[in-house]
Write a protein of this length. Structure first.
Length: 282
């Protein structure tokens, strides 16, 4: 990875952020508002604006994480969340034609996992899951030191698995409080920090559901490390014990003895993970 400059781009719902990544160093981070309701071309112009400012002759590749289903081989993004005009955008081809360097495109949750694997708490770990717990529940899967995206970039969509009367995302994300009880998640978090009994009980319930999700992940991938990211991981202290209570009911206790669950401490994991798409392809 030494002395190779990669532009990492994190395309979000309202903003696009990017920086040049060189080895384990990240340069100045640029951010732009995107025209969420704009045409396909208008949103592309927002992407160009950011990349143009970061580009120099020493940049070897561009990696970009997008909140959508991605044809990883062709770099086509489909039905990008919160950008209605991006139904089918041949992003890899478009950017390679413009900049004449390799471009790598993937799902934003996969980029989070790669960022942790190359730059965060997943360094040196062969097999791990990066689990993003925010408004939704997403994940990236690392197997034998490489991202496993699946045929349709759908590996790790644990949140979509049926659970109780809905799916895991309904019960295992920051939306849990609103979905089930009609409460604002940010209010519950602030109340929990004050020791409010109701808020702490609700986090206990969230922890039980997350514990069941971890058990499902372990039965599927039998991984050695799960790293939690997203806004909900900031409340880890409030649901950690309840989560582990459920995890310890796993049928194979020796597997759980070896399992580590950590919270992310990596700033700008989306940008770093997008840049790491280059390393993962090597």
């Amino acid at each position: 990875m030494k002395n190779i400059k990669i532009i990492g781009v994190d395309l979000g719902a309202t903003n696009i952020r990017g920086a040049v990544v060189n080895d384990e160093k990240i340069g100045d981070i640029l951010s732009r508002r995107i025209k969420t309701k704009g045409t396909e071309r208008e949103v592309l112009e927002d992407v160009y604006s950011l990349i143009d400012e970061l580009m120099d002759l020493d940049v070897k590749a561009i990696g970009i994480g997008v909140p959508s289903v991605v044809d990883v081989k062709l770099g086509i993004v489909y039905d990008v969340i919160h950008i209605p005009s991006w139904k089918e955008v041949h992003l890899k081809e478009i950017l390679e034609d413009r900049y004449d360097i390799p471009v790598f495109v993937n799902n934003d949750a996969n980029c989070f996992a790669l960022g942790e694997h190359y730059f965060g708490k997943g360094k040196g770990v062969n097999d791990m899951i990066g689990l993003t717990i925010g408004t939704g529940l997403g994940a990236g899967v690392i197997i034998n030191n490489h991202l496993y995206a699946g045929k349709n970039c759908g590996a790790g969509e644990f949140g979509m698995v049926d659970y109780l009367d809905h799916n895991y995302e309904y019960y295992c994300s920051g939306s849990f409080f609103k979905n089930v009880y009609g409460f604002n998640g940010e209010d519950i978090f602030e109340n929990a920090k004050k020791g409010d009994d109701l808020a702490l009980k609700l986090y206990h319930q969230l922890g039980k559901h997350l514990g069941n999700a971890v058990k499902m992940i372990m039965y599927t991938y039998d991984t050695e490390l799960i790293i939690l990211g997203g806004s909900v991981q900031l409340a880890y202290e409030f649901f950690e014990n309840a989560m582990w209570e459920r995890i310890r009911t796993f049928e194979f206790p020796k597997s759980i003895e070896k399992l580590e669950i950590k919270t992310s401490a990596l700033a700008n994991s989306g940008i770093l993970g997008a840049a790491a798409l280059y390393y993962d392809a090597e």
